[in-house]
Design a protein around this ligand. Structure first.
Ligand code: SF4
Length: 184
């Protein structure tokens, strides 16, 4: 669909938030950061078969200052956790985190003292991606979910109000430990 079909009269009305979201999601650069086997699938996404360049994201940045997406690809050891946090802190705002695979999301099969049981103990996570390892198509799907979040992200006072609402909703949510079964 071309621009002419979307703008038949040549006039477009929108909001600053929508334009900023559109620009941000189209200029997302991931940090070069792979921890274990999941990183091989992440590398495949950058290759010609899956072609992350379609979304302008093939440039994995070696400096966290130039990256706004951290893909945590693999298990996070206790030793690596402070390094991961330092890289996250060095990334400029706004920034997003994708927990790729069972290990990054929950510790996976490594239920032991050496592995952090979910990277959300160290950094805030925007999207969790299941699988061991997730296929490259699944990673692209998760990246598109982050794109949707970015497109709908509020700014300024709207953002502050949204954060207040999310925090209030989190405080009244049923704790996972009190849930019974998958549907409770
Ligand atoms: S989820 Fe599976 S593939 Fe990914 S890091 Fe863990 S063990 Fe490796």
């Amino acid at each position: 669909m071309g621009l002419e079909e979307k703008l038949p009269s040549g006039v477009l009305l929108t909001t600053v938030e929508k334009v900023a979201g559109y620009a941000r999601k189209g200029s997302l650069w991931p940090a070069t950061f792979g921890l274990a086997c999941c990183a091989i699938e992440m590398m495949a996404v950058g290759g010609p078969r899956y072609d992350l360049a379609r979304f302008g994201m093939e440039v994995f940045r070696a400096s966290p200052r130039q990256a706004d997406l951290m893909i945590v690809a693999g298990r996070v050891s206790q030793k690596m956790a402070p390094v991961l946090r330092q890289i996250y802190d060095q990334m400029a705002n706004p920034k997003w985190v994708l927990a790729m695979g069972a290990c990054a999301s929950s510790g996976g099969m490594f239920n032991n003292y050496a592995i952090v049981q979910g990277v959300d103990h160290v950094v805030p996570v925007d999207v969790y991606l299941p699988g061991c390892p997730p296929r490259p198509e699944m990673l692209i799907d998760a990246i598109l979910a982050i794109h949707d979040q970015i497109q709908d992200m509020k700014m300024g006072t709207n953002r502050k109000a949204e954060i207040r609402e999310l925090e209030a909703a989190a405080l009244v949510a049923t704790p996972t430990i009190e849930m019974k079964g998958l549907l409770a």
